[in-house]
Ligand binder design. Structure first.
Ligand SMILES: NC(=O)c1ccc[n+]([C@@H]2O[C@H](COP(=O)([O-])OP(=O)(O)OC[C@H]3O[C@@H](n4cnc5c(N)ncnc54)[C@H](O)[C@@H]3O)[C@@H](O)[C@H]2O)c1
Ligand SMILES: N[C@H](CO)Cc1c[nH]c[nH+]1
Ligand SMILES: [Zn+2]
Length: 433
């Protein structure tokens, strides 16, 4: 974990465009996978599962017996925790629910917006380096609240060829019984284009590693996607009121996801920075995923010393982190200083894992700077809107001249005619001539 000044950090970000050769390599792997799945379908899925996950499968669909077995394996207190988390997540997302609306105007004019749930959604649940039952709740509950009926899950199999039992139990909790044992870019391609076993969906949602995130980017347009939710990121702004042991623990919590996860702390003095670094080193030794954490901190970890809080927020907004923790005095007063962040956690008792599992807001969030323009996954991701327009004959007659003027200006006389014919022949017969 390196310590650097805000000036050094800004210079570094200016100089470093994302490594083009890595980017090209990722694109070429992912595009090859997509092409092969479109052509060979299930056979390609099985081939890639063997190649990348080291598992030989004969069937991609989780069976009823596997669900039953999972239920027997998980502990009762996991179910209790899951049920409470489900309730919190549902309550939060119900507040996001959007209704259709209509406005009645003069002369029998009715305008409005009809909100319709998507029909078929595919949820990607990551499963390479860890299993994510919590992501099942986060990604399926808003879809259910929106009214989506057909929800399927894809997730990579464990080395024994089965799906993690906690993931299966979480899926049951939210009423999903179609789960495919496929991960990575190949799963995204299957959901986007369909195979013999996996039916094409209307939208793909859910987080994943770099291969998954890039594949979603490539299939976008043929299918909708939620956002680019790639490797996890945390940024903590800490002043002298933040216990270094808490800051260190929170940074480590996200570094353990993936070698490409990022953990950044922005603080205001050299002394705080040193204390946090020491705490990180002390706590890291006791953690199970030390190897992943070490690599992640080496590659993407930093403690930045800002000149003051104003400078600190400039850095935060430059990073546009997925998760931002404000561990400073009166954090609520600084919400307006944050322009770009997926989720903002306030104070010393709102650590990021609280949001990962329990508080209620969604943990599927935009990463890699995309919080500049993207939002957390929400009920709004699972609906679409249709406009409603109804004019009466009187209302159309009143508007005819203005509409035809605009149509003719655009040179579109058939458009003008469609309006004018109703003025010229106000009571046209419905009988065929
Ligand atoms: N942004 C969010 O909201 C959010 C939420 C949860 C998790 N995450 C992130 O999701 C990610 C999960 O990653 P993961 O790896 O554990 O699981 P994953 O399921 O995303 O990826 C595993 C799959 O990647 C594919 N793969 C692995 N190596 C490959 C290679 N060399 N070439 C082609 N394909 C390859 C394999 O098919 C494998 O099944 C982490 O980065 C974590 O930080 C993000
Ligand atoms: N922090 C992840 C989102 O970036 C979500 C998660 C799930 N489980 C643990 N963490
Ligand atoms: Zn997490």
């Amino acid at each position: 974990m390196r310590i650097l000044t805000s000036g050094e950090f800004i210079n570094e970000t200016k100089d470093s465009s994302p490594s083009e050769s890595n980017d090209i390599k990722l694109d070429s792997t992912v595009l090859e996978v997509i092409k092969h799945v479109r052509k060979e379908k299930d056979a390609a899925l099985m081939q890639y599962t063997e190649q990348f996950d080291d598992v030989k499968l004969t069937n991609l669909l989780v069976s009823e017996a596997e669900f039953r077995e999972a239920r027997e394996l998980v502990e009762e207190d996991f179910i209790t925790a899951l049920t409470q988390a489900t309730e919190n997540i549902k309550e939060f997302h119900l507040a996001q629910k959007e209704q259709s609306w209509f406005m009645e105007k003069e002369n029998g004019v009715l305008l409005g917006q009809k909100v319709t749930p998507l029909e078929k959604v595919g949820v990607y649940i990551p499963g390479g380096k860890a299993a994510y039952p919590s992501s099942v709740l986060m990604d399926v509950i808003p879809a259910r609240v929106a009214g989506v009926n057909k929800i399927v899950i894809t997730t990579p199999p464990q080395s024994n060829g089965k799906i993690n039992p906690y993931v299966l139990v979480a899926a049951e909790e939210v009423g999903v019984d179609t789960i495919y044992k496929v991960g990575g870019a190949q799963a995204i391609a299957a959901l986007a284009y369909g195979t013999e076993t996996i039916k094409k969906v209307d939208k793909i949602v859910g987080p994943g590693n770099a291969f998954v995130a890039r594949a979603k980017k490539w299939v976008y347009g043929d299918v909708a996607i939620d956002m680019i939710a790639g490797p996890s990121e945390i940024c903590v702004v800490a002043d002298e009121t933040a216990p270094p042991s808490y800051v260190a623990a929170d940074l480590l919590s996200q570094a353990e996801h993936d070698e490409s996860a990022s953990a950044i702390c922005v603080t205001t003095t050299k002394e705080i920075a040193k204390n946090i670094k020491n705490e990180i080193e002390r706590q890291m030794e006791k953690l199970e995923r030390k190897d992943i954490i070490k690599k992640s901190l080496e590659q993407n970890g930093s403690i930045i010393i800002a000149n003051n809080l104003l400078d600190a927020f400039d850095i935060v907004n430059e990073i546009a982190p997925e998760h931002l923790q404000l561990m400073i005095q009166n954090p609520t007063d600084y919400i307006s200083s944050v322009k770009h962040a997926g989720a903002i956690f306030l104070g010393n008792y709102s650590p990021e894992p609280l949001g990962d599992y329990f508080a209620g807001p969604n943990h599927t969030l935009p990463t890699n700077g995309t919080a500049r323009f993207a939002s957390p996954l929400g009920v709004y991701d699972f609906v679409k809107r249709s406009s409603i327009i109804r004019y009466s004959q009187d209302a159309l007659l009143l508007a005819t001249d203005q509409i035809t003027k605009i149509a003719r200006t655009e040179g579109l006389t058939a458009h003008a005619n469609s309006i004018k014919i109703r003025k010229d022949y106000p009571h046209a017969s419905c009988e065929n001539k």
